[in-house]
Write a protein that binds this ligand. Structure first.
Ligand code: ATP
Length: 349
């Protein structure tokens, strides 16, 4: 099932939560809606589910106009951040619930329900837990039950709202791999909401970056990370260093340094962006893009060494990241003078 979201507007009173959202989700795709708090991700998901209504626009699922359908007729699987399992039912009963409450004509037989639930519990690797109650499971296990329950009714599409948001970092990581594998087996067109950049980039086929009710960029994880469309996306998708300066004839001047740039040909003020790992560290300057700096702090974490350095021209801090081997061969210490040279600088006006 493909989802075609056209011209969606949503206001809460005078507040514009969604401003003309257009988006196509391809059949079998796992799409992430990523953005800071309040950017409109949940509102959009709830509108697709039919739990909220748009003020303008339509949602087509294949050629079916979803906008005219009630939530119960949309056949959407929904998984929330807080596992809304029924506390008084066993895990088996929780997964079976959606099948048992189907109208009589569509309801599978008792034997079919048992087979389906058994299959799903195997899929989420919780077969031996089927007689337990939700309170006897860990948070990660409960989310897996929630997903099995959502899949039981064979949804046309699957919507997940921060499904791993309440779990600790290690479990989150395990579950997102697991979700990806499950999606590859089931291939249900799925949209999941997250504000965690790493999670979106790690799991999704494509990422939609939202900000203040608008889409900033849509692309594969590689596209949005390697070629951010604007400064918001650049900033949102990882640590950055900012260089204030001016573009002049294909070059960018910032303090005493001058850089060759790919983008930006006008003569205007601009802001350059460099990721912490995108620097070459030298003991002597090699050209005008080598920025003289003093090492203020060195922090070693695993195989990575982070250095906090201060440019001597503008007295601004830069965050530089090296792998341990590079750092060892440099032989530098706090207080030393070094030259940091961006491998690439992207300038937005
Ligand atoms: N029922 C509502 N009434 C009024 N304002 C609302 C309502 N629901 C959401 N909003 C507002 O709309 C904006 C978008 O909210 P939404 O929950 O869609 O954002 P989000 O990106 O999912 O944020 P979060 O990551 O914090 O959940 C926010 O400013 C929010 O305060």
């Amino acid at each position: 099932m493909s989802i075609n979201i056209k011209n969606i507007h949503k206001n809460y009173g005078s507040y514009e939560a969604l401003k003309d959202i257009n988006l196509e989700v391809k059949t079998g795709e796992l799409l992430a809606l990523l953005g800071p708090s309040g950017s409109g991700k949940t509102s959009l998901l709830r509108i697709i589910a039919g739990l909220e209504y748009q003020d303008q626009g339509v949602i087509l699922v294949d050629e079916d106009n979803f906008s005219e359908k009630h939530v119960k007729d949309r056949n959407v699987g929904f998984v929330f951040q807080h596992y809304a399992l029924f506390r008084h039912m066993t895990i088996f009963e929780n997964v079976a619930y959606g099948l048992r409450v189907k109208p009589k004509k569509e309801r599978p037989t008792k034997k079919e329900i048992t087979e389906k639930v058994t299959e799903l519990l195997e899929l989420v690797k919780l077969s031996s837990y089927q007689d337990r109650y939700p309170s006897q499971l860990s948070g990660g296990q409960r989310q897996r039950v929630a997903l099995a329950r959502a899949l039981a009714v064979k949804p046309k599409i699957l919507l997940l709202d921060e499904p791993f948001g309440a779990l600790d970092a290690k479990v989150r990581k395990e579950l997102r791999r697991w979700l990806r594998n499950l999606h590859d087996q089931y291939k249900i067109t799925s949209i999941f909401v997250t504000h965690d950049q790493e999670e979106a980039l790690d799991v999704a086929d494509r990422v939609v970056i939202m900000n203040e009710g608008e889409i900033e960029q849509i692309g594969t994880p590689e596209e949005v990370y390697e070629s951010p469309a604007n400064s918001f996306v650049y900033d949102f998708l990882g640590s950055i260093n900012i260089f204030k300066g001016r573009m002049e004839k294909g070059k960018f001047a910032s303090g005493a340094a001058m850089f060759n740039i790919q983008n930006g040909i006008g003569n205007e003020d601009g802001v350059g962006y460099v990721r912490p790992y995108d620097f070459i560290i030298e003991k002597q300057p090699s050209d005008k893009s080598s920025i003289k700096s003093i090492i203020r702090h060195i922090q070693k974490v695993g195989n990575t060494v982070r250095m906090d350095v201060v440019r001597t021209d503008l007295h601004e801090s830069l965050e530089v990241e090296l792998i341990k081997e590079q750092y060892s061969s440099l032989q530098v210490k706090q207080g030393d003078i070094i030259y940091v040279k961006p491998k690439e600088i992207r300038v937005f006006s």
